[in-house]
Design a protein around this ligand. Structure first.
Ligand code: ADP
Ligand code: MG
Length: 695
């Protein structure tokens, strides 16, 4: 074997057909094969024969399921039981409270189970861990291996075949592997060299060893991705000329004095960062990230005022008409003492009004425009746009954001507007960098003082009447309520309660004497806004809604929210929904009504016990993966195959710091000591070529 670049088709035992299957897994060369890592391991290193098990022992067994079923107990607990058989005997295994396993485990499946052996009408194993190896697994083959690596497979190529190929070539390929990471980093992270790490992940003798190997490869990936991102960001920054504003401290200082509250420390810090960006000669591209209620709007207003006192126009874009109106009202109130009035631009203006506003925007006079995507629609021109803020930016598509950013497109680069994105989806800073790439970040990690946390409760549907009675008690005190459903209409496919039906049921039942209204995404926009306006004006007591109430809206008199089928929502989404209450001085409640299984219950408990959007988002990421948070349209950047930026956050921090250090002294990796890094980047990432001119 000459090189790791050799096509896998030329490896013994592969051939053209298997090479084609491997290609579907992204494996083309011998190097790709080395980096095709097991995604799971089964610990078969200490398998005991069933006949040798005695009560009190902790053991791992491998056996075929010869019978199974759910046993109810007197206390209402449901137990999944299976009888396992190997060549030496039988044992009963029991999983209390996990009846769902009945759907996952079939007769004749081979299970690998680890747990304690008890005495219960004979010997019984209570597994802590279980892997279903599937029917037809050869018990002896598995039992003889130590730790079994399982590879991502594809049609026409099973994980066993892949394992055989990898293991057949591992010993001849490993000597070709060259170290790529700086030795100092390996030492600091306490991880083995590359060759050793690859051996550990493919052929570990213990699970712990597999994890050590994986963490080394994760560190490498995190470093490479960090290098690419930082370099891309730096190049983009160099290309990014913008307006240099002057910090006149005129309108901004006056606003600060006129505010009915003190800014939080986090707000002050964010404003300082933004002012520094805007006064610099590069174009600002910054994300302001802060939990629901952290006070992002006011920060954006300070930036708009800075532009205004420099004679520029600002555009602040919100995802719904209602939110735009709310911002316009807030701004109007706060800016009145300064003699400034915001210009509201939405789709529901009359034709005459729209023409008048359009003329205003197209003129040279400084102003603050607040609106919906009407701000970016064709025909809207700004005479002198200097600052753009996009609220709830995750609600907009990439194109809409780009459209607003490009509004002053024809202008010279040095007069392009500064951009601030606002988001309540709290994601770890390191991850945000990954997701958004070329972006600076300010975080509001502090809430305005005096807020009472929302009390969150999880109640079974059998307590529905009591929950509705609790809502009624709030209504009786003149408060308002939200009741949220995951779907608009009922369907035959699911038995989910739906907003439309439940609106009728509640309006004619529990809340017959109250004013009840329905809100969902399929209503025409003007109707939706009309309903919300009536809710704001307290003409509605109970709002039955879907997640359209999720963003932005501020109704301090609403003190209770009931969410049915909470299991259907992501944790961050629930947190965002919950943020609609608890906005006034009174205590508020969020009641999750449903009957989640044990796993979902554990997930929902996180929400019940935490009020910290950041912590909740981390948990959500851990449980659901990253895809849900970013959606495919937001990523586009190099993503992670080995590392898990959440689980590996300590490694990530180390990798990022190392990448910063390396690039600070050697921005395009020209130095001799960085040659191995440069080579490895070129081999593994196509983008490295344009960024570092390697290859
Ligand atoms: P979000 O970050 O969710 O967009 P908002 O900007 O809507 O939050 O602010 C939520 C509420 O908190 C608003 O009513 C706002 O006026 C108020 N607020 C903002 N900053 C402060 C502060 N420093 N002290 C007290 N209240 C504040
Ligand atoms: Mg907001």
């Amino acid at each position: 074997m000459a090189s790791l670049d050799t096509n896998v088709a030329y490896l013994k035992g592969v051939g053209p057909r298997r090479a084609e299957a491997l290609q579907r897994l992204g494996v083309r060369t011998a190097r790709d094969l080395l980096y095709h890592l097991p995604h799971r391991y089964h610990d078969a290193s200490t398998v005991a024969r069933i006949s040798t098990l005695t009560p009190g022992m902790d053991a791992t067994v491998i056996g075929t399921v010869i019978s199974k079923g759910i046993i109810p107990t007197r206390k209402g607990l449901r137990i999944f039981q299976a009888v396992l058989k190997d060549r030496t005997g039988l044992i009963e295994a029991a999983w209390p409270g996990q009846p769902f396993l009945d759907r996952v485990v079939a007769k004749d499946d081979v299970l690998l189970a680890t747990g304690r052996v008890r005495f219960f009408h004979g010997r019984q194993l209570q597994p802590r861990e279980m892997v279903n190896l599937g029917a037809g697994t050869d018990l002896d083959e598995v039992g003889n291996g130590r730790v079994l690596s399982v590879y991502p497979a594809t049609e026409g190529l099973s994980f066993k075949q892949i394992r055989a190929i990898v293991h057949a070539h591992l010993d001849s390929l490993l000597p070709l592997v060259k170290e790529s990471l700086p030795r100092g980093l390996l030492e600091r992270a306490g991880v083995p060299p590359l060759r050793e790490a690859l051996r550990m992940v493919h052929r570990p003798s213990t699970l712990a060893e597999a994890e050590v190997g994986r963490s080394r490869l994760a560190l490498e990936e995190l470093l490479f991705v960090s290098l690419l991102q930082l370099r891309a960001k730096e190049l983009a920054r160099e290309r990014r000329a913008g307006i240099s504003f002057v910090n006149k401290r005129d309108l901004t200082s006056r606003l600060k004095r006129a505010l009915p509250f003190e800014l939080t420390g986090a707000q002050t810090r964010a404003i300082r960062e933004i002012v520094a960006d805007m006064c610099g000669d590069r174009r600002m591209h910054r994300l302001l990230q802060g939990d629901v209620g952290s006070g992002k709007t006011i920060v954006a207003l300070f930036a708009a005022l800075l532009a205004l006192e420099n004679g520029y126009q600002s555009a602040i874009m919100a995802p719904t008409e209602l939110l735009a109106e709310q911002h316009a009202r807030t701004f109007g109130r706060l800016l009145a003492p300064l003699g400034v009035e915001p210009v509201l631009v939405t789709g529901s203006l009359s034709a005459a009004e729209r023409r008048a506003r359009a003329a205003q925007l197209a003129g040279p006079a400084p102003l603050i425009a607040v609106g919906t995507h009407a701000l970016v629609q064709e025909g809207t021109r700004f005479g002198r746009l200097g600052f753009v803020a996009i609220d709830e930016q995750q609600r907009f598509g990439v194109e809409q954001r780009a459209a607003l950013g490009a509004k002053a497109g024809g202008a010279a680069p040095s007069s392009r507007p500064d951009v601030l994105l606002l988001s309540a989806t709290p994601i770890p800073r390191s991850l945000a960098l990954t997701a958004y790439g070329d972006l600076d970040i300010s975080v509001l990690d502090e809430r305005p003082p005096g807020r009472i946390p929302v009390k969150t409760l999880l109640r079974p549907s059998s307590r529905r009447a009591a929950v509705l009675a609790a809502v009624e008690r709030e209504l009786a005190q003149g408060r308002q309520a939200y009741v949220v459903y995951p779907v608009i209409e009922e369907s035959e496919k699911t038995d989910l309660k739906a907003a439309v039906t439940m609106h009728d049921e509640l309006a004619n039942g529990a809340f017959a004497h109250r004013r009840v209204a329905l809100l969902h995404g399929r209503l025409p926009t003007d109707e939706r806004d009309a309903v919300m306006r009536r809710f704001v004006a307290r003409e509605i007591d109970v709002l039955v809604a879907t997640t359209v109430v999720e963003v932005g809206i501020d109704v301090p008199n609403a003190t209770v929210m009931v969410i049915e089928h909470p299991e259907r929502f992501g944790l961050s989404q629930l947190h965002q929904l919950r943020g609609r209450v608890g906005r006034g001085a009174a205590s508020s409640y969020c009641i999750l009504l449903g009957d989640p299984g044990p796993e979902t219950r554990a997930r929902l408990e996180i929400l019940v016990n935490s009020d910290d959007g950041f912590e909740i988002a981390r948990a959500d990421l851990r449980l659901r993966g990253m895809g849900d948070l970013f959606g495919s349209q937001q990523s586009g950047e190099p993503t992670f195959r080995i590392a898990d930026p959440i689980k590996d956050d300590a490694l990530f921090a180390m990798a990022r710091a190392t990448a910063e250090e390396i690039l600070a002294s050697d921005p395009d990796l020209r130095r001799r000591e960085n040659a191995p890094l440069r080579a490895a980047l070129g081999e593994r990432y196509a983008r490295a070529m344009e960024l570092f001119r390697v290859g």
